[in-house]
Design a binder for this molecule. Structure first.
Ligand code: NAD
Ligand code: IPM
Ligand code: MN
Length: 365
């Protein structure tokens, strides 16, 4: 009997539906190749879901996600102006995305910052810095820290409005993400860059103590410690010195977008959000309201998220490799997307749907 998987598909906002459509084309191409069945269950999630149903994460969507083998999620979020039409607590980031992460404790966020050598010209960095390509796996802790710490707001004794947000971690939260990172480093080049701010933050002092303890179990992995601000510069000056990087939630949010800048576009940034019992897959970027509906969004991030899902949730590593190869082939045949442009003057810019068609064709053989 061939395998069958149920996937909850949350198209999201802005460019979400456009890039999800292309990801689904590619999934269908994988299904046709392999005979594996993907049962896609679409459900509302995000800002549009709030306007349509009164909730950014409706109960039916929760029920569907609970039952699914994996979740494929497009970006959510509204433009600055449109956001103001929703109460702050229910805006899709706070009202849907963080609750999704919390519901399934998807603590391990893999954000590959990857540009093969033949695509190095898409990077805004000098050729001498990026020749040979970029291949970094950023591992971001996704359910702790400032994002989920306790909050307080009010008016102080002098009548000033104030707010307090706390950066909280316990040792179990830190240890579990470090095990993921050490294991990934062991699988790759056996070097782990630990990104921290222990010169200021006590959370990083605890984090680093757990790094030392966990490292005992991985004597074959070399740990290099870099303070987060210096890491930002080092990534720009010499990204090739990094392989696997691990960091807490907020550092990972910021440095992974910097990663998109190194590649030339956030459109090249897929991600996997792994939990112990349930995982979901989404681009690292947002809903890009500035380009939504124009047919110019790069679906690579969403199609790459499908590849990560096949590999990490369904054990279909070979099929995942077929998707990565297909995307490289489309660029190799001389096509590019509007966000990347045509820096070497050798590519034809094609639209979202055309890119998806070409990747699906390449997957079909
Ligand atoms: P953004 O990531 O949406 O866009 C930043 C820039 O990158 C824009 O110029 C956009 O056009 C471009 N871009 C992003 N993805 C692209 C793609 N696939 N192809 C081509 N260009 C692409 O960041 P923002 O504008 O700051 O945020 C917009 C909304 O998205 C906000 O509401 C934010 O909260 C939300 N957001 C959601 C997620 C998520 O769902 N995981 C992630 C980040 C931001
Ligand atoms: C991301 C996004 C989210 C984050 C927002 C939308 C809550 O920026 O996935 O990187 O900050 O984690
Ligand atoms: Mn982000």
């Amino acid at each position: 009997m061939t395998a069958s998987y149920t996937i909850a598909v949350l198209e999201g906002d802005g460019i979400g539906p456009e890039i999800t459509r292309e990801a689904v084309k590619v999934l269908n191409a994988v299904a046709a190749r392999t005979g594996v069945t993907f049962d896609l269950q679409f459900a509302p999630f995000g800002g549009q879901a709030y306007f349509d149903t009164g909730s950014a994460f409706p109960e039916e969507t929760k029920a569907l996600c609970d039952k699914a083998d994996a979740i494929l999620k497009g970006p959510i979020g509204l433009s600055h102006e449109a956001s103001k039409r929703i109460p702050v607590e229910e805006q899709p980031e706070r009202g849907a995305l963080l609750p999704l992460r919390r519901r399934y404790t998807t603590y391990a966020n893999f954000r590959p910052v990857y540009l093969p050598p033949e695509l190095a010209h898409f990077s805004p960095l000098k050729p001498s810095v990026v020749e040979g390509g970029i291949d970094i796996m950023m591992i971001r802790e996704l359910v702790g820290g400032l994002y989920f710490g306790s909050k307080e707001q009010g008016v102080d004794e002098q009548g000033r409005r104030f707010v307090k947000e706390t950066l909280e971690y316990d040792e179990d939260q830190i240890r579990r993400i470090l095990h993921v990172a050490f294991a990934e480093a062991r699988r790759r080049k056996k070097v782990l860059h630990n990104i921290h701010k222990s010169n200021v933050l006590m959370s990083s002092v605890l984090w680093n103590a757990i790094v030392e303890e966990t490292a005992q179990e991985y004597p074959d992995v070399e740990v290099r410690h870099v303070i987060v601000d210096a890491a930002a510069t080092a990534l720009c000056l010499n990204p090739r010195q990094f392989d696997v990087m691990v960091m807490e939630n907020m550092f990972g949010d910021i440095l992974s977008d910097l990663g998109g800048g190194l590649l030339g576009s956030l459109g090249l940034m897929p991600s996997a959000c792994i939990g112990e019992r349930k995982s979901y897959y989404e681009p690292s970027h947002g809903s890009a309201p500035d380009i939504a509906g124009k047919g110019v969004a790069n679906p690579y991030s969403m199609i790459g998220s499908v590849a990560l899902m096949l590999e990490k949730s369904f054990g279909l590593a070979e099929e995942a490799a077929v998707i990565w190869d297909a995307m490289r082939r489309v660029f190799g045949e001389g096509y590019t997307t509007a966000d990347l442009g045509d820096p070497d003057g050798k590519h034809a810019v094609i639209e979202t749907a055309a890119f998806g068609d070409k990747v699906a064709e390449a997957v079909n053989g």
